[in-house]
Design a protein around this ligand. Structure first.
Ligand code: NAD
Length: 361
């Protein structure tokens, strides 16, 4: 088995911290992948992991992804994430647990800024914020609220770039979009697209969420095992990671793959090459779904509303830049996005800071 040090050296992490709170029983890990571009904002995930190795793997993978997301979004921010290891699946959150997590976050003195992720809502964030100012996304104690409407707008901006890149207009009239997952992101994507004239097809294992999407946006519904292979212009997985594999990629019937979920490709290098070979235009997830991070990190950094709006709109221009770079270099769009991330990491934070008048905190 690979040792902890081997794993963090391979992925390039700076710091991993394990914490146990004796009073509440909280077991949590904070992983800082990179502070090269600035302090690192990333959500706190509450999840039941069968083994500690699973939890470590998840937090290492997710925190590395945040470095990519922040750099691709052009934010002077690093990448980090935290996980709370639940004793059993569905274990209910309490104020005491969240406050213990908040105290753990506070020990990083702002190098790590927590936010919501799976299993954490605005209430949990506000409980954490009772112990630390380095948390975003609450409604009462901290601020920023639910980031998913901004994530969804960013995904739609990436869709516009992809349409333009293929010689179409950034207009959704007559465009059919299949969305996997009618959760917070999926429903918001559907709302924006149907308002723009698109036909939206959705699937979800949660009937209540699906019903809500039908009620809000009059979407069409297909069974969950049909959504990925549905005939459509744009496929947007907004549920889980790893849903596109070398096996099912060949069954896709879309022209564009624009995800809201993280890490949708099981093997990004190989699967992006398969998509390219099939003529499917793919905007990498860490580029397309950065809107929520932009909103919370931007607020934390002190950006004004116009600056935030500009950064969110930039997802369209960045996506276009990546799509064009991939064509020019005959590479996958994933490789082009990684090139952009490495360039920004090499350039360092000064260039990003001078691009936006950001106040440090
Ligand atoms: P959510 O929990 O609100 O929604 C996820 C939905 O996916 C749920 O309705 C769930 O029932 C559904 N789902 C799960 N398995 C499914 C399956 N096999 N088939 C169909 N539907 C399935 O989560 P969310 O906030 O909407 O986030 C969705 C995804 O986007 C997650 O992977 C998340 O990590 C990612 N993401 C979210 C944000 C954000 O701002 N919320 C930002 C970036 C990335």
């Amino acid at each position: 088995m690979t040792s902890v040090f081997e794993q963090i050296i391979e992925r390039g992490h700076e710091r991993i911290c394990f914490h146990h709170d004796r009073k509440t029983g909280l077991r949590a890990i904070i992983a800082i992948h990179s502070t090269r571009l600035g302090n690192a904002l990333g959500g706190t995930r509450r999840w039941y992991y069968p083994t500690e190795a699973d939890a470590l793997f998840d937090v290492l993978r997710l925190s590395e992804g945040m470095t990519f997301k922040a750099a691709a979004a052009g934010l002077p921010m690093g990448g980090a994430k935290s996980v709370v290891l639940l004793p059993e699946s569905g274990f209910r959150s309490t104020e005491a647990e969240a406050r213990a997590m908040g105290r753990f976050v506070d020990t990083f003195s702002g190098a790590y800024i927590a936010a919501e992720d799976v299993g954490v809502d605005t209430q949990y964030v506000d409980w954490m914020a009772m112990e630390t100012k380095h948390v975003m996304g609450g409604l009462k104690v901290s601020h920023g609220g639910d980031p998913s409407p901004f994530t969804a707008q960013g995904v739609v901006n990436a869709m516009k770039a992809a349409l333009i890149h293929r010689g179409r207009t950034a207009d959704f009239k007559g465009v059919t979009v299949a969305i996997q997952g009618a959760g917070n992101v999926g429903r918001n994507v559907a709302r924006i697209l149907t308002a723009g004239g698109a036909t939206v097809i959705m699937a979800d294992i949660n009937q209540a969420n699906l019903d809500l999407a039908v009620k809000q946006s009059n979407v069409q519904v297909v069974p969950t095992d049909k959504i990925l292979s549905t005939q459509c212009d744009i496929l947007s997985p907004c549920a889980l990671g790893g849903v596109i594999t070398s096996v099912n990629a060949r069954n896709l019937h879309c022209k564009f793959l624009i995800p809201g979920a993280n890490n949708v490709l099981m093997d990004p290098d190989e699967d992006a090459a398969t998509l390219r070979g099939m003529g499917i235009t793919y905007v990498p997830d860490f580029v397309a779904n950065a809107g929520g991070l932009i909103h919370l990190a931007g607020l934390y950094l002190g950006m004004t509303e116009p600056q935030l709006a500009r950064k969110l709109a930039e997802i369209e221009t960045t996506s276009l830049e990546i799509l064009r770079d991939a064509d020019a270099n005959s590479s996958t769009t994933y490789a082009a996005a990684v090139r952009l991330v490495h360039k920004r990491l090499e350039e360092g934070p000064q260039k990003l800071k001078s691009a936006d008048t950001v106040h440090s905190r």
